[in-house]
Ligand binder design. Structure first.
Ligand code: FAD
Length: 332
């Protein structure tokens, strides 16, 4: 029987490209090919700073503010991830206690208090001195390397195809479809290139910009027993301190949010700052670790460092671009 599925190309194999490709493939209506420079099994993928996904912590936190469209997307993502936890433990997603400390100005944006379970405000005496609001609730963490591997395996199992290639121009994706589709049928290309959209010919999205994130990966085996919460402290000028247990005994500590900064090298002084901020915010991080007579909490945590990381979050003036562009028979 001939394959009646309609061929579609997704450019990009980060968490957005893989999720999009898998969702389309699962409908049973499309034959999806991902074309991408980096993908979960590509050489050096975990170390490459040319994509964002492997560098994420990652926990579910809201950044929607008062934007109802983003709130809706965040809510759908939350439900989707809860479903994955229930049905697919091997995907690397798990429930965890989440603590947020923030300034009053962030408080009006807690739209999710009715979405998450166990939402409670933390009494003033238990929150860091430089913060004026705290709350705790059940959230989710994703072990990103595991999750990306799972998404990719699902995509291939559902019949998806991958072409490893860097595309200089978006029309290069349509050329791929020209080889398999009759001349008059439409061409569908989904662009999930994140920061790559800044330089992709035919797109050149100048609203995109990087937000540099410096994080530290530490080895805290007891954290795999679920004794640590995922913690975020949002200070002035969007400075953040965060702790994200990945569920496998490693924990991501952060971090910086530096718009436009493209420095790829980790600064050892910043690593020390992160450790100090984390210890001030969440001293329980070293609970259960051996502290020698001449040791400080800082020494203890510093000895647990696995790597100092720098990644680049894709950001965009005007928000996420989520629309359809039709040029003749081409749908982007
Ligand atoms: C330090 C840090 C911490 C973070 N923490 C969190 C967190 O806790 N929670 C959270 O939700 N998010 C977090 N993020 C953000 C998250 O990582 C990103 O929002 C997400 O990974 C973006 O996924 P993406 O698929 O859009 O982009 P990417 O992962 O960057 O993927 C882009 C894809 O497009 C491909 N590509 C680009 N250009 C081309 C081209 N011309 N030709 C072919 N292929 C191309 C790339 O190879 C790649 O496969 C964090 C990010 C960083 C850096």
């Amino acid at each position: 029987m001939p394959d009646k599925k309609f061929p579609v190309v997704v450019i990009g194999a980060g968490v957005i490209g893989l999720t999009t490709a898998l969702s389309l493939q699962r409908t049973g209506k499309f034959q999806v090919t991902i074309i991408s420079s980096q993908y979960p099994r590509s050489k050096g993928a975990q170390e490459s700073q040319d994509w964002a996904s492997p560098w994420a912590g990652a926990h579910w936190r809201s950044w929607a503010g008062d934007d109802p469209d983003i709130q809706r997307m965040e809510e759908q993502t939350f439900h989707e991830l809860v479903e994955i936890i229930k049905t697919t433990p091997e995907a690397g997603v798990s429930f965890i206690a989440g603590i947020e400390y923030m300034e009053d100005r962030h408080k009006p944006y807690i739209w999710y208090r009715s979405l998450v379970k166990g939402f409670k405000e933390i009494p003033k005496e238990y929150i860091p001195a430089d913060m004026n609001y705290g709350c705790v609730y059940e959230t989710l963490v994703i072990n990103v390397p595991k999750y990306l591997g799972w998404l990719f395996a699902q995509f291939l199992d559902q019949g998806g195809k991958l072409v490893e290639q860097h595309l200089p121009h978006i029309n290069d994706a349509t050329k791929y479809l020209n080889n398999i589709l009759p001349p008059n049928s439409p061409r569908i290309v989904v662009n999930c290139t994140a920061l790559g959209a800044m330089n992709l010919g035919g797109v050149l999205d100048k609203n995109m910009y990087p937000i540099r994130g410096h994080t530290v990966l530490v080895d805290l085996p007891l954290s795999s027993k679920g004794n640590l919460a995922t913690v975020t402290k949002q200070g002035p000028r969007n400075e953040t301190t965060y702790v994200i247990p990945r569920g496998d005994g490693t924990v991501i500590l952060g971090g910086t949010r530096q718009p436009y900064n493209q420095d790829r090298i980790a600064d050892p002084e910043k690593t020390d700052d992160i450790l100090i901020n984390v210890l001030n915010t969440y001293p329980q991080i070293i609970d259960g670790l051996y502290v020698g007579e001449d040791d400080t909490a800082f020494d203890v945590l510093k000895r647990r460092i696995i790597s100092e990381n720098v990644g680049f979050r894709p950001a965009r003036h005007g928000g996420v671009r989520f629309d359809v562009e039709i040029k003749g028979k081409f749908y982007y």
